[in-house]
Design a protein around this ligand. Structure first.
Ligand SMILES: NC(=O)c1ccc[n+]([C@@H]2O[C@H](COP(=O)([O-])OP(=O)(O)OC[C@H]3O[C@@H](n4cnc5c(N)ncnc54)[C@H](OP(=O)(O)O)[C@@H]3O)[C@@H](O)[C@H]2O)c1
Length: 335
């Protein structure tokens, strides 16, 4: 598939910028590129493949004659403009949550379920960042030995809430160190020197929206629609890369050595597991990498009959959790 005209909506955001980096790193060829945003970024110049490109305003007429459009803005923007881009004949990729659970829309982490791309009908979705990182580690285990249940606690970075949240974390840290009141305009609470339950809305069941996305999207990507998954999502004062403490129970007894071998051979996984040096997955080492770091593999004594495995994973949620899924999908569809 050759990309003639490429359009990126939300190019100046955290995911948009990462997507531009990856397009360059992976030498994805396209004829022309148009960057779109809203008033705060319109007029800003970004470098794309060594050329300056000015961000223009998103309007409904921007998609005519376009081959590929990638939406990296909010779900509301996607709900409004994705149908218009499809109507104009473009192949559309969406990193927002707007269409992820629609059965006819492939929800892809290409190393895990890239085969689902074959069934696309013009729209392809990339999953929630925590779910994408989680399935990269779970898929090779689940394929070898079916999961019976999964428990996950996340430690999510500020950039998962967008660029303005990163700026606010820095401003908060500076304010606290200067003995001043930290600003809380983007995030609901002080994140610097603190942790808090993920800021998404809590529903009538007590689950927040991020937790619901992790459960539903993990089940969909693993093709395990009834897999019991328990999740607690927490925001931590880290700039980039989400970490997750994962406890798996399998249907059969498992050995840590076998699970480590499966993970070491899995695409998109990098083992970091050195107990002697207390060196395990950390967000500062996962940031700006494409692989999900996996380690602290150990038998879980809380699980019955030797069927439990505990692990710690850390992945760049802007790469593995968002833009990399789009770029890998484009690469797969080119061949
Ligand atoms: N951050 C992550 O780790 C992550 C991971 C997976 C998925 N996602 C999803 O990816 C999407 C983007 O997230 P992000 O973190 O990159 O957010 P962000 O840093 O806040 O960037 C959002 C971008 O969208 C643009 N935008 C917002 N409203 C717009 C509108 N009405 N018209 C045109 N452009 C508009 C913004 O333009 P301005 O620059 O002009 O404000 C900005 O460039 C979200 O749907 C998010 O849920 C994020």
């Amino acid at each position: 598939m050759a990309i003639g005209k490429l359009v990126i909506v939300g190019a100046a955001g955290a995911v948009g910028r990462t997507l531009l980096e990856l397009l360059e790193e992976r030498s994805i060829a396209f004829g022309s590129i148009t960057l779109l945003g809203r008033s705060s970024s319109v007029g800003e110049t970004m470098s794309v493949g060594g050329q300056d490109c000015v961000i223009e305003e998103l309007t409904p007429d921007r998609f005519r004659g376009t081959d590929v459009v990638v939406f990296c803005a909010s779900a509301d923007v996607s709900r409004e403009f994705v149908p218009i881009a499809r109507e104009a004949g473009a192949l559309v990729f969406d990193v927002s949550s707007a269409f992820r659970m629609q059965a006819e829309v492939p929800l892809v982490v290409p190393p895990v379920n890239g085969a689902t791309l074959a069934n696309h009908q013009g729209l392809i979705a990339a999953p929630n960042c925590s779910a994408a990182i989680l399935v990269t580690a779970l898929a090779p285990l689940h394929a070898a030995c079916p999961l019976e249940r999964v428990t996950v606690c996340t430690y999510q970075a500020a950039s998962g809430a967008g660029l303005r949240a990163v700026e606010e974390l820095s401003a908060q840290a500076a304010a606290v160190l200067a003995g001043k009141k930290p600003p809380t305009e983007v995030l609901p609470h002080q994140l610097a020197f603190n942790v808090f339950s993920h800021e998404s809305a809590v529903d009538e069941t007590g689950m927040n929206l991020e937790e619901r996305k992790v459960i539903e999207e993990t089940r969909r990507i693993l093709d395990a629609p009834t897999l019991p998954i328990s999740v607690t999502c927490v925001r931590v004062p880290v700039v980039r890369a989400h970490t997750e403490a994962v406890h798996c129970v399998f249907r059969e007894a498992v050995s840590v050595e076998r699970m480590q071998t499966l993970l070491a051979d899995a695409p998109g996984v990098w083992i970091v597991d050195d107990p002697a040096a207390s060196h395990f997955p950390m967000p500062i080492e996962a940031a700006n990498r494409n692989e999900v770091l996996v380690g602290r593999l150990r038998a879980d004594p809380g699980a019955p009959e030797g069927r439990g495995l505990a692990l710690l994973i850390s992945g760049d949620q802007l790469r593995r959790g968002a833009a990399l899924n789009i770029v890998e999908a484009l690469e797969m569809m080119r061949h």
